[in-house]
Design a protein around this ligand. Structure first.
Ligand code: NDP
Length: 246
C-alpha cells in the first residue's frame, strides 16, 4: 500500500516541534502540500524550508489557535487554497491535583485543546463539505480514555475531542468528509528525554510493548487516516499507545 496525497493540502497545527512536526514531515513525504502552523515563526519557517529542500511542498503559517481572530486567519488561508486535510494537533498541559487546580489552568487547557478545534474545524469543514472530500484528524490522548491523576483539565479536553470527533463524523459523513481521532500514549519527546532512567523504566513497565512511542508512530497513523485507503473509516479513535491502554 502506498499513500499518495499529491494534490491535497494539509493544515497541521502545533507543527513547530514534537508530534506535529513529524506529522507535517510525513504528510509532505506522501505528497501533500503542508501548511506548517504554530506560534513560533522561526521554527515553522525552518521546518517548511527543510521539507521544500528535500523535494516536498510546504509553507509556514504563524498561527495562535487561541487568538480571538483565529477564524479570520483560517479564512484567509482558505482564500489562497482549499484545505483537504486538517490535523488538530496543537495542545498544552497545565497539570495539578484537582483540589489545587486554578481556574486559569482549567480554562487555558480547555481553550487551547478544545475551543480552538471548534473554531478552526468549523471554518474548514464548511469548504470540505462543498468539495465533497475532507479529512479531519484530532490528536487526542489515551489520557482522554483512561484518565490520569493530576490532569483533570487535560483529560477532560482530550475526552471531549473524542466526543467532538464522533458527533461531527455522524453529521458530515454523507458529504464524504471523515473525522477521526488519534490517541497517543507516552511518546518520546524532549519532555520524556529529560526523565531519569529509573522514571523511564517505570513508565515502560506499564506499556505492553515495553517502550515509549516515537513521534513517527503517531505520524504514520495520521498519514493512514488522511489517505484514500482510509476512506471507509470515520468516527473512530485510533489508540496508538503500545498497549498502555487497551
Ligand atoms: P509539544 O509541547 O512538543 O508541542 C506542542 C505544539 O503545539 C507546538 O508546536 C506548539 O508550538 C503548539 N502550540 C501550543 N500552543 C499553541 C497555540 N496557542 N497556538 C498554536 N500552536 C500552539 O507537544 P507534543 O508534540 O508532545 O504533543 C502534540 C499533541 O499530541 C498535543 O495535542 C498533545 O496533547 C498530544 N499528545 C502528546 C503526547 C506525548 O506523549 N507527547 C501523548 C498524548 C497526546 P508553538 O509553541 O510554537 O506555538
Amino acid at each position: 500500500m502506498r499513500v499518495d496525497l499529491t494534490g491535497k493540502t494539509a493544515l497541521v497545527t502545533g507543527a513547530s516541534r514534537g508530534i506535529g512536526e513529524a506529522i507535517a514531515r510525513r504528510l509532505a513525504e506522501s505528497g501533500a502540500h503542508v501548511l506548517v502552523a504554530a506560534r513560533s515563526l522561526d521554527a515553522v519557517n525552518r521546518i517548511a524550508s527543510e521539507i521544500t529542500a528535500t523535494g516536498g511542498s510546504a509553507s509556514a503559517v504563524q498561527l495562535d489557535i487561541t487568538d480571538p481572530n483565529v477564524r479570520d486567519v483560517v479564512k484567509s488561508l482558505l482564500e489562497s487554497r482549499p484545505i483537504d486535510i486538517l490535523v488538530n494537533n496543537a495542545g498544552i498541559t497545565d497539570d495539578d491535583l484537582f483540589i489545587r487546580m486554578k481556574p486559569d489552568a482549567w480554562s487555558s487547557v480547555i481553550r487551547t485543546n478544545l475551543d480552538s478545534a471548534f473554531n478552526i474545524t468549523q471554518e474548514i469543514v464548511k469548504k470540505m463539505i462543498r468539495a465533497r472530500w475532507g479529512r479531519v484528524i484530532n490528536i487526542s490522548s489515551v489520557v482522554g480514555l483512561m484518565g490520569n491523576a493530576g490532569q483533570v483539565n487535560y483529560a477532560s479536553s482530550k475526552a471531549a475531542l473524542i466526543g467532538f470527533t464522533k458527533a461531527l463524523a455522524l453529521e458530515i459523513g454523507s458529504r464524504n468528509v471523515t473525522v477521526n481521532a488519534v490517541a497517543p500514549g507516552f511518546i518520546s519527546t524532549a519532555m520524556t528525554d529529560a526523565m531519569t532512567d529509573e522514571a523511564k523504566r517505570q513508565l515502560e513497565g506499564r506499556i505492553a510493548l515495553k517502550r515509549l512511542g516515537t513521534v513517527d508512530d503517531i505520524a504514520y497513523a495520521v498519514v493512514f487516516l488522511a489517505s484514500e485507503q482510509a476512506s471507509y473509516i470515520t468516527g473512530t479513535v485510533m489508540n496508538v499507545s503500545g498497549g498502555l491502554y487497551t
